[in-house]
Design a binder for this molecule. Sequence first.
Ligand code: GLC
Length: 534
Amino acid sequence: MAHKRAWWERGIIYQIYPRSFKDSDGNGIGDLRGIYEKLDYLQWLGVDAVWISPVYPSPMKDFGYDVSNYTDIDPIFGTMADFHALEDEIHRRSLKLIMDFVPNHTSDQHPWFIESRSSRDNPKRDWYIWCDPAPEGGPPNNWLSNFGGSAWTFDERTGQYYYHSFLPEQPDVNWRNPDLMHAMFDVLRFWLDRGVDGFRVDVIYHIVKDEHFRDNPPNPDYQPGENPYHEFLSTYTADRPEVHDIIAGMREVLDAYRDRVLIGEIYLPLERLVAYYGASGRGTHLPFNFQLIQLPWHAQVIREAIDNYEAALPEYGWPNWVLGNHDKPRLASRVGPAQARIAAMLLLTLRGTPTLYYGDEIGMHNVPIPPEKVQDPFEKNVPGMGLGRDPARTPMQWDATEHAGFSQVEPWLPVGKDYRTVNVEVERNDPHSMLTLYHELIALRRREPALAVGSYSSVPAPHELLAYRRQHGNRQLMIVLNFGHNPHGFEYSSSLGRGTIVLSTHLDRQGEAVHGRLSLRGDEGVVIQINAPQ
Ligand code: GLC
């Protein structure tokens, strides 16, 4: 018997970018009550857990990822009472709530930073990363901000530079300082005591920097015209060995409570990524695996990535897969609308916790943002390179009414032009829509332990196809996905036992018997139930 899996192993996570999910109070910005109003939808969709991007008080320079108070709710999103109401209702429906924890940096308006910058001998001076100018003047070293320019900003009053991995308004804290560390652990406890089920930890791999402030080496693969941040490798600014002790500390805080999950936002190559499970499971439960977002969309590339990932996981490490988030272009724009269906079937039939990004389930695309409507500081600082994240953060398209049913007024970002046809209401009533496909896939994953917790094995397939088997006890499923736009044949081995299609991405072949050669249409994927040989 497989041991009973935790909720975050069996479950499906749905990410909400709260500014854009549902506006309940008519200011054009989504809020907690808006999310509350849409819980029926999330429950119908069948997801298990909701991760909400930051809703804490913030000057919103980076839309909530610049936190000025870790233990309250920003008025834009509502009140602490709204938070409790939402959390209670989420739990009443047997769903889980995952909060965003942003421990790498605060807002420059956080009282900790205001104190820290007030004088060199302030007790909180060392809670942030301060450095003298280089001997010849200028920033202490060559470290760059992810959002463009130097990562160092000079502070006139005290004559030193402070470090910020992102905006100057997002100073990095100093995790080497034990008081800061304990204050951050208390933040976790604050929310755990209020019953949240876990955290997605923002840029967890960035939180410790080299204590000697060594220059980062140049990136030999850098091509002019690329994101300027990548001109140097982040050897001394990310993925430092000391980070794992700190994560073990976070894990210890969580482990004092029942059944909570720690998820890490980590953009690193596979061999580094899996280190974030920690030695003997003292790390994050789920180091986010972004390979499906980053890799070229080819069957063989994806097959290899899955096999390598499966092989690299530590024996106690539970896999996970992510298809989209608030920092990356929309799935349907990356791979095209037809292949977005293949991606959905892949995500929801792979071994490991799936994370969905709001709006992908209805096939929302990147929405072009006219220059005067740009909000994202990344786009403002490094313009015209397609790095801006606004296109993937536009309002959820609920129905065909004005502003897509998101708000009564013009929203903070434009609504996709396709909202009259690409929306929840229309797609719920269309038996062949993307939303119906997601609904069916999620329902299938929920009722099939072979999908939720079963083993994975790769099956050889011709080059544009990806095939694999999932098995739990005597329950066996085979998944065959056509990554090409042309029809393809797949030799289904009858020695496996009779097969029956339980789901096609085209939502029209359910019940079809499979023996011998299986014909797949272009962009079609199928889930086949293998009936044990008689
Ligand atoms: C993470 C977030 C991103 C944010 C950055 C700085 O990468 O996902 O949205 O801008 O951290 O907090």
